[in-house]
Design a protein around this ligand. Structure first.
Ligand code: ADP
Ligand code: MG
Length: 734
């Protein structure tokens, strides 16, 4: 702004000659016009008819056409999955509002560790992961008559597994309803591949049915067929249709105005800076209309919010003001809803959003989109079995969705912070998540569902054999599978029951033998809650000083335990009752305590909540809860026994090497061990930015690895670990 050089480096071109990009946008609207002349089910009524006629229906419609909020009302119990927690909450809130009912009554939502439903709930929004969990307890998903898999184009791993699972459930429910009247009818469906594949599972259900009918419970016999609706914002209905045995696709009419697309002349080295400058440029030079900026995560959004707030102060006297509205998963839900409120007059709203705003949410009023072309995504290397979170380029399909957000209510503009050449090099479509993440968790769930032949599971896009095998090996190493590849009893069965990643579930289960299950419970809860510490830039020093109080020389896990212990002592008077009512009493005090100690109040509350729920599972399994008190050696040994797959060793040159993968890694600056140079650590997270970082660390004795995980490490491995290595691994992402 006040820097002319920077401003010009971020200037945009409307591509010349022939206004190339603009031409593309027009072709796009031409296509849209054509689509409007297709047989369109624009009315809700017509869609209801189609649902009645078809057991499986594919609904395609531009983002914002009303798929999620308007076409979800199909009578009795309807379950709607969303790939993200934020979407499940905000959309449920919106629909409840539209229907004039109280949230969690007729309309509710269910996400991991948070259930806002009641016995009256007829419309239940949930994350796709939650529905998968429900299938473990209710394999026929009996309480649902309709299941909508929303945002299917996102192809999250859970949605992909649900595709196969629901296909099987449909076949079995059809069969069950036939068996109810004609016992022979079951055989006719034998050709159904999915049914045959899940035959064992079927036997289980069969006996459940028999037991039910013996008890005079005929409920299962009356099961209606399950209706499945696949909702997608992209036009490729064909792939879905082929997979679902030629299911019918209908198109929901949407409106899309032309969006002028602009690219930078040159590549921008610092996309955050470019996004900031562009936001201010648009604000000063363009007509009214809100701005949507796509960023990759909470930290980036908070940074941007601070930078923008600083710059706003320098806006010329009398010009329109800016209202910044962030939205990301960890933001309190009341604040999440704020992005939907119209800006007061005289203000322009600038929404800073993660990928959530790409297709999951439609925010009214947006006329300008700023797209740095990046997204945070999982990347997995099956050869070494390592998954990490990384900021990667989006696909062309995603770029089109993002720019589309600017043309919802009138013509708009999209500023791409990358060159036309860079755009041309993007992949056409995003690779389904199932092909680029660790499969251990879903494989464990499939096994728990009685689907033993996971390699033969009916995936829409099959993950590579290597990736499946690697994840099975991983589960085997953790003791969750037997030599025959079956779920081990009790370890594997119990691991699958926990609503936790297999590694965390394992940690919980072994912790009682290390006499530190109270501490592991806290660790799992605090790690699941994420971002416990709150570090505002302007109070960086104070925040760090406050954190010193909790900091443990042994590492981040014990530091987190110290936070919870201090909270319990100083706020709840030393009594950790793990009850909702008990925590509620300290609501106000918690807020004050968190703000003095630079703790993220919402995260801590969530951690307490998760702790209470995981405790319920632990007690339900009859496991003992014991505390190690102040002797953390047992706890650190327990971490070693649980997370041995993630160990890193200091090399002669001072760098760190992850033992199982051979990758060179660095300690993340957020760790209390940053700069402390411990010899050997175990870690919980791998984050890739400009290099591979490990996060959430605890110092361990490297010899413990061979002692506590002899199935994986020999003493020799551990001794060799400190030698320098030249081995480097490339990371494959999409
Ligand atoms: P789709 O699922 O097809 O992308 P939605 O059902 O999410 O579409 O949205 C339909 C319309 O409802 C959008 O055009 C949007 O303007 C409006 N809408 C959705 N959610 C909200 C909200 N929370 N506040 C205001 N308007 C909303
Ligand atoms: Mg939607």
């Amino acid at each position: 702004l006040e820097n002319g050089k920077r401003k010009s480096s971020s200037a945009f071109q409307v591509p010349e000659p022939k206004r190339l990009k603009y031409g593309e946008a027009s072709r796009r609207s031409e296509l849209l016009e054509q689509r409007r002349s297709l047989p369109i089910a624009s009315a809700s009524k017509k869609l209801v008819e189609e649902v009645q006629k078809n057991d499986t229906l594919i609904v395609i419609g531009e983002t914002g056409s009303g798929k999620t909020t308007r076409y979800c009302k199909f009578g009795s119990m309807v379950g709607i999955t969303q790939p993200r927690r934020v979407a499940a909450i905000t959309v449920a809130t919106r629909v409840a509002e539209e229907m004039g009912v109280q949230l969690s009554k007729e309309v509710g939502y269910s996400i991991r560790f948070e259930d806002a439903t009641s016995s009256q709930t007829k419309l239940k929004f949930m994350t796709d992961g939650m529905l998968l969990r429900e299938a473990l307890l209710d394999p026929l998903l009996q309480k649902y008559s309709v299941i909508i898999l929303d945002e299917a184009h996102e192809r999250t791993i859970h949605t992909d597994v649900l595709f196969g699972l629901l296909k099987g459930v449909q076949a079995r429910r059809r069969e069950v309803s036939k068996v109810g009247t004609d016992p022979e009818a079951g055989d006719q469906n034998k050709q159904d591949k999915t049914v045959a594949k899940a035959s064992e599972h079927q036997t289980q259900i069969q006996s459940q049915m028999e037991a039910n009918s013996r008890n005079g419970n005929s409920k299962i016999k009356q099961l209606k067929p399950l209706k499945v609706i696949i909702m997608s914002a992209t036009l490729d209905a064909q792939g879905f249709s082929e997979y679902f045995n030629g299911a019918k696709a209908v198109y929901v009419q949407g409106r899309q105005y032309p969006v002028q697309i602009m690219n930078t002349y040159t590549a921008e080295a610092d996309y955050l800076d470019a996004a900031l400058i562009t936001t201010l440029q648009v604000h000063q030079e363009e007509l009214p209309g809100d701005i949507l900026v796509f960023l990759t995560g909470q930290e980036e959004i908070e940074n941007m919010e601070r930078l923008l707030t600083e710059r706003i102060a320098f806006l010329p006297e009398g010009s329109r003001k800016i209202l910044v509205a962030p939205i990301y998963a960890a933001l309190p839900s009341e604040q999440q809803m704020r992005v939907f409120e119209p800006a007061p007059s005289g203000y322009r709203k600038v929404i800073l959003a993660t990928n959530i705003a790409e297709t999951s949410l439609t925010i009214p009023g947006i006329r300008y989109v700023i797209d740095p072309g990046l997204v945070k995504a999982k990347a997995y290397n099956p050869r070494i079995g390592v998954e990490s979170l990384a900021v990667v380029p989006i696909s062309k399909a995603q770029a089109a969705q993002r720019s589309g957000r600017a043309g919802r209510e009138g013509p708009g503009k999209c500023f791409r912070l990358y060159t036309v050449e860079a755009f041309n090099q993007l992949q056409d479509a995003t690779v389904p998540e199932i092909k680029r993440c660790n499969l251990a968790s879903v494989m464990l769930q499939l096994k728990a569902l009685g689907i033993d032949d996971v390699l033969g599971f009916d995936f829409m896009d099959k993950p590579s054999r290597a990736a499946i095998v690697k994840s099975l090996e991983h589960l085997y190493t953790l003791g969750a599978l037997t030599d025959e590849g079956k779920l081990s009893d009790p370890l594997g069965v119990q691991m699958a029951r926990f609503p936790l990643e297999p590694l965390y579930a394992k940690a919980m289960l072994v912790s009682s033998s290390f006499k530190c299950s109270e501490e592991m419970l806290t660790t799992v809860a605090m790690l699941s809650a994420e971002s416990i510490f709150f570090t505002p830039r302007e109070k960086f020093k104070e925040a760090n000083a406050a954190r010193q109080r909790f900091s443990s020389p042994e590492g981040d896990h014990i530091t987190l335990i110290n936070v919870l212990r201090a909270y319990t002592q100083e706020v709840e008077g030393g009594q950790s009752l793990d009850s909702e009512a008990h925590h509620k009493k300290f609501e106000k005090k918690l807020r004050g305590w968190c703000s003095t100690n630079f703790i993220n109040g919402r995260s801590l509350r969530r951690a307490l909540d998760i702790r209470r729920q995981v405790r319920g599972y632990v007690e339900g399994m009859g496991l003992e809860l014991v505390s190690c008190g102040d002797d953390f050696t047992h706890f650190r040994r327990c971490l070693t026994a649980s997370f041995f797959l993630n160990s890193a060793h200091k090399q002669a040159d001072g760098k760190y090497r992850a033992l199982s993968s051979g990758q060179t890694v660095a300690i993340h600056p957020s760790s209390v061990l940053f700069g402390k140079k411990p010899d050997c650590v175990i870690f919980n997270e791998l984050v890739r930015t400009n290099q591979q970082y490990i996060r959430s660390l605890t110092r361990i004795d490297s010899l413990w690895l061979a002692e506590l995980a002899p199935q994986y490490y020999s003493t020799r491995d551990v001794e060799d670990a400190a030698r320098p290595t030249t081995q480097q691994e490339d990371f494959h992402s999409h």
